[in-house]
Design a protein around this ligand. Structure first.
Ligand code: NAD
Length: 284
C-alpha cells in the first residue's frame, strides 16, 4: 500500500483515483471543484483542502491537470516530501516536464491515451519519460491504471510520444470526416461504405469506435476540441524545438483551430466533421 496524493480529479483523474483506492492504496486527493472531492470520498479516498495537504506525507504524487500552467502552479507552488516520486499524467509541453525534472529529479512524465473509457476501464496506454529506476518504482501503480505501459525514454519523452499520438488522432478524424462528406455527397450510404473500409487497409480504431456516432452527428465529449487544440499546439511547439517541419500536422492544427473558432470547442473532437462539412456548404 502506497500513500498517494492525487491532484486533478476531472474526467480522467476521478476514475483513475478510484482505481487506486480500490487497489488498496491510501489516496488523498485535491481538486478546485468540490463535486470532484465528494466523488473521491464516495470512492473511499480522502479529500484534502489544499494541494499542500494532498502532498503532505505522500510517497507518490500524481497530477492529472488540464495544461502546463496548472501543473506549474501545483508543482512549483508546493513542496513534495523528500524522496517522493512525482508522476505527472497530464498532457503538457515537454519543456515543462524538463523544468519539473530539473527541480524534482524523481519525476516522470506519464501522459495517457485511451480517453474517458480507458480511464474508467483501467485500460489506458501510458507513455512514460524519466529515469529507469523511477519507472520501475511507478510501474505497480501505473499497472492499476492501464494495460500498455511503456518507458519511452528520458524526461519529456513521454510528452513527445503523446504529441505524436495526438497529431495522428487529429489527422485520422479529419480523413474519416472527409470520407463521410464524399460518400454522402455522392449518394452512397456512409454506413455501408465505412463498414467495408473498416475491414480493409484503411481500418483504424477511430473508424471502429466512432463511425456510427459521427454518421449520426453525435458529438458529446469524450475529448473536447478545446483540449485537442491545446495538444496540436504542443505538437507544433515540440516540432519547432527540434527544427523539423510537419506540414500535415500544421494543417490538422488549423482544422482543429477552425473547430474552436466556429464554436465547437466543447464538442467531441469527432466534430471535426462539422468543420469539413462547412468547407463544402454542407452544414448538418
Ligand atoms: P478535466 O478538465 O475534466 O479535469 C481537470 C481537473 O483539474 C478539473 O477537475 C479541475 O477542476 C482540476 N484543476 C484545474 N486546476 C487545478 C488546480 N490548480 N488545483 C487542483 N485542481 C485543478 O480534464 P481531463 O479530461 O480529466 O484531462 C486531464 C488531462 O488529461 C489533460 O491534460 C488532457 O489533455 C489529458 N487527457 C484527457 C483525455 C480525455 O479523453 N478527457 C484523454 C487523454 C488525456
Amino acid at each position: 500500500m502506497t500513500k498517494i496524493g492525487f491532484v486533478g480529479l476531472g474526467i480522467m483523474g476521478s476514475p483513475m483515483a478510484g482505481h487506486l483506492v480500490a487497489a488498496g492504496h491510501d489516496v488523498t486527493g485535491f481538486d478546485l471543484n468540490s463535486a470532484a472531492l465528494e466523488r473521491l470520498e464516495v470512492q473511499g479516498g480522502r479529500a484534502a483542502e489544499s494541494v499542500a495537504e494532498a502532498f503532505r506525507g505522500a510517497e507518490v504524487v500524481i497530477t492529472m491537470l488540464p495544461n502546463h500552467p496548472q501543473v506549474e502552479e501545483v508543482v512549483f507552488g508546493n513542496s513534495l516530501e523528500p524522496g517522493a516520486l512525482l508522476i505527472d499524467m497530464s498532457t503538457i509541453r515537454p519543456a515543462t516536464s524538463l523544468a519539473i525534472a530539473a527541480k524534482h529529479p524523481r519525476s516522470l512524465d506519464a501522459p495517457v491515451s485511451g480517453g474517458e473509457t480507458g480511464a474508467k476501464q483501467a485500460s489506458l496506454s501510458i507513455m512514460v519519460g524519466g529515469d529507469e529506476a523511477d519507472f520501475a518504482d511507478a510501474k505497480p501503480i501505473l499497472d492499476v491504471l492501464g494495460k500498455t505501459i511503456v518507458h519511452v525514454g528520458p524526461h519529456g519523452a513521454g510528452q513527445v510520444v503523446k504529441a505524436a499520438n495526438q497529431l495522428m488522432v487529429g489527422g485520422i478524424y479529419a480523413l474519416v470526416a472527409e470520407a463521410i462528406v464524399l460518400l454522402e455527397a455522392s449518394g452512397v450510404d456512409p454506413k455501408a461504405g465505412l463498414d467495408v473500409l473498416a475491414g480493409g487497409l484503411a481500418a483504424n480504431r477511430i473508424l471502429d469506435l466512432k463511425r456510427e456516432s459521427m454518421i449520426a452527428r453525435e458529438f458529446q465529449p469524450g475529448f473536447r476540441i478545446d483540449l485537442h487544440h491545446k495538444d496540436m499546439g504542443i505538437a507544433l511547439d515540440a516540432a519547432r524545438q527540434v527544427d523539423v517541419a510537419l506540414p500535415v500536422t500544421g494543417l490538422i492544427a488549423s482544422l482543429v483551430a477552425a473547430g474552436r473558432a466556429q464554436g465547437y470547442g466543447s464538442l467531441d473532437h469527432s466534430a471535426l466533421l462539422k468543420v469539413i462539412e462547412n468547407f463544402s456548404g454542407r452544414a448538418s
